[in-house]
Design a protein. Structure first.
Length: 196
């Protein structure tokens, strides 16, 4: 795929303070000028490379009008990088956003609500991405269940977009990059737009 919106920058790999059950991942934060070249402030799918190791991933919003990238152990190893290393990163948006995977709990509820499913199937990929992001951003299981029920009600009533959800997290401060486990510089120095 080709695009003129390629950003190349340096960033430091950080270990999350709370990695969850999967402790084998790191993350990096994109500089704002790299995020500015992306088509949206919410979740955005990109192609790129870390130290020439290629990847495709969905960037998450950091709540500061930028994005962060979860780096798997396999990608970190392929990039020949360790936690705390400064790495060279390139990212570019995909030519078109792929349809997001439908979470099983949402799939089950939509299957039982034909009117909601019909509107879901008729929405745009970006709208579906935002619905799923809204549901996934719930901090507690009961909130997630409530959001899935609310999504089905809104969809069944003909609402094609989730209302009252800021996919960037900037205005609601509901989304953020992980906190680093140790003091590290996570903000890259600069990003240089390049033509692919």
């Amino acid at each position: 795929m080709t695009t003129a919106n390629v950003s190349i920058f340096e960033a430091r790999l950080s270990s999350p303070a709370k990695p969850g059950a999967d402790s084998e991942w790191t993350f990096l934060i994109l500089p704002k000028n790299a995020s500015n070249l992306l088509p949206r402030r919410g979740r955005t799918s990109v192609r790129g490379a870390i130290n020439d190791a290629p990847f495709r991933a969905t960037l998450e919003p950091d709540g500061q009008l930028s994005h962060w990238l979860r780096v798997s152990e396999a990608l970190r190893t392929a990039a020949g990088a360790q936690i705390g290393d400064l790495v060279t990163v390139s990212v570019a948006p995909l030519d078109s956003e792929p349809d997001p995977a439908l979470p099983e709990d949402l799939r089950a509820v939509l299957a039982a609500a034909p009117a909601a499913r019909a509107v879901w199937d008729d929405t745009t990929t970006i709208a579906r991405l935002d619905w799923i992001h809204w549901i996934d951003s719930a901090k507690q299981a009961r909130t997630r269940v409530s959001r899935i029920a609310g999504a089905c009600d809104m969809l069944a009533s003909g609402k094609r977009r989730v209302c009252c959800f800021d996919p960037s997290g900037y205005y609601s401060k509901s989304l953020a990059a992980p906190r680093a486990a140790r003091r590290a510089v996570v903000e890259p120095i600069s990003a240089v737009p390049r033509s692919a």
